[in-house]
Design a protein around this ligand. Structure first.
Ligand code: SAM
Ligand code: SF4
Length: 488
């Protein structure tokens, strides 16, 4: 499924929903599945809170005071509670804060973590039944005058419901073996799409909430991943991104051991699906990153020459405190495998600065690692203490101003590295997937296999279409993007 999904006409009365997503690609893709599921259940997606019967927030709690942001957003919309709208909080903040959400925002009806999305149709049904009962109660009380109906409740001839009576939770499923597999994914891009291969995480890095919010690690069978990849290819998708918090610890649960695939084998198999021209994967944990992944990239041209391998710190001492399960040298060994590959692999990473106990010397080791690896992009974050995590017990003695200073120093150093690295592409020819057009600059937007943005000009007659693959000669570079001309 792609584009704005059409709702299932079999189900009535038709209800509307608005969904806002915060956070990582996993959340974005979960939202695509939630939208597909809701549409299949007869709901129609709308573009504003005002138009919606059901308002959902798919939340993220990886850093900062994410939960506070959600409560602020909910309180912004408090005014709508009298209109009988229902509010649901999904994702990591829902899992982390649980029923406390009902206490702080009593008009919320649904609180569900990602491990329970499998039960979304049942939860929706419970919600609808409870809502009908609440409406009946409201009409009996004859106080409906204070309650405004939304467009769809009016259309359906239903009395408005009182807000805050219905409470459904999906919070107890983190031990589930099931993944959120649904054939009703509403992908928003018609050319490239995500496929989840593994959910949850068992790594328990000292700073990270993910194992507590997304539950234990569980993989999909390679058979179902490949079936989805073939279906996407059939629908015209040419690029697939395999997703998981830690794709390298993928374990194929296929019953038949001869059919079982390692992650590298699955990667290669997706890359060989007819019609698929590009395969990406994220995120890789260095501990489980095997040489066989590099061999697969060497062997299968459709596998993109880009690997995101989060290092978090260049200091073995800090890595140990973070419980990352590898040393600086082991990380660099993996980098060496990639540098020895037949194609030049672009490497990107994540870094946390100011982890409790990080000294100037540790930080200097991280800066030194940036030079040694030569990353094409670094996503750097100030350490932020998260609920339930082991590092919460450590003394977070590094002041915020010092974390901010380290972040600035690191990003300035990385910018210099990128300026040099991106310059090297000038004069080379790259194939890009056309992503769109920047009218203001009269440029087309393209993406290379290395995952770099390559904006390019083309004669008016060429008119490249989004989704097309075209050759572009690189004529200029910036710290975060390349500039070029279409090769005709
Ligand atoms: N699974 C991935 C891995 O092992 O690297 C990371 C997933 S996490 C959603 C994305 C990034 O957020 C991490 O790589 C880390 O840099 C950052 N992050 C996670 N927890 C953090 C925290 N408490 N404070 C600051 N950054 C954090
Ligand atoms: Fe978080 Fe570590 Fe799991 Fe990544 S591997 S999701 S950083 S616990």
């Amino acid at each position: 499924m792609s584009g704005v999904p059409q709702s299932n006409p079999q189900k009535s009365p038709q209800k509307t929903f608005y969904l806002e997503t915060f956070g990582c690609q996993m959340n974005v893709h979960d939202s695509e599945k939630v939208i597909g599921t809701l549409v299949q259940e007869g709901y129609r997606q709308v573009e504003s809170v005002e138009q919606a019967d059901l308002v959902l927030y798919n939340t993220c709690s990886i850093r900062d005071k994410a939960e506070q942001k959600v409560f602020n957003r909910l309180s912004d919309y408090k005014k709508y509670k009298k209109q009988g709208k229902m509010f649901g909080v999904l994702g990591c903040v829902a899992q982390q804060e649980g029923e406390k959400i009902f206490e702080r925002a009593p008009y919320v009806s649904l609180v569900a973590g990602s491990a329970s999305y499998n039960n979304l149709p049942q939860m929706l049904q419970q919600l609808e039944e409870a809502e009908l009962a609440a409406r009946e109660k409201a009409s009996l009380r004859d106080d409906a005058a204070v309650v405004t109906t939304t467009e769809s409740t009016r259309e359906a001839g239903l009395p408005p419901r009182d807000a805050g009576l219905v409470r459904i939770t999906g919070l107890d499923d983190r031990e589930t073996d099931k993944c959120f597999e649904t054939e009703f994914t509403a992908r928003s891009n018609p050319h490239r799409g995500y496929i989840t291969i593994i959910e949850g995480c068992d790594k328990f890095c000292a700073y990270c909430v993910v194992p507590y919010t997304r539950g234990k690690e569980r993989s999909r069978t390679s058979e179902s991943v490949l079936a989805e990849a073939r279906q996407m290819a059939h629908l015209g998708y040419t690029e697939i991104q395999l997703l998981g918090q830690n794709v390298n610890s993928y374990k194929d649960p296929a019953g038949n051991s001869s059919a079982r695939k390692t992650f590298a084998e699955l990667l290669a198999a997706v890359g060989e699906v007819p019609g698929i021209r590009r395969v990406r994967f994220t995120t890789s944990h260095p501990r489980d990153f095997g040489r066989d992944i590099v061999d697969a990239i060497d062997a299968v041209p459709a596998l993109c020459d880009h690997v995101h391998l989060p290092v978090q710190s260049g200091s073995t001492r800090v890595l140990d405190a973070m419980q990352r399960l590898y040393t600086r040298d082991q990380y660099l060994e993996r980098i060496a495998w990639m540098k020895a590959a037949k194609r030049e692999i672009s490497i990107t990473t994540d870094v946390i600065v100011g982890f409790p106990g990080e000294t100037e010397a540790d930080f200097a080791e991280t800066l030194d690692l940036l030079e040694e690896v030569g990353y094409d992009a670094v996503f750097a974050f100030k350490y932020s203490p998260r609920p339930n995590t082991p590092s919460l017990k450590l003394d977070d003695a590094i002041p915020d101003a010092e974390k901010a200073r380290r972040l600035e120093v690191l990003m300035a150093r990385q910018r210099e590295i990128q300026i040099t690295r991106y310059k090297k592409y000038i004069g080379t020819k790259c194939e890009v997937m056309v992503e769109g057009r920047n009218e203001a600059r009269a440029q087309w937007i393209g993406r290379t296999s290395h995952n770099k943005t390559l904006n390019f000009t083309a004669p008016e007659t060429a008119n490249p279409k989004p989704g097309a693959y075209v050759p572009v000669i690189v004529t200029g570079s910036f710290p975060n993007s390349l500039l070029g001309e279409l090769v005709i």
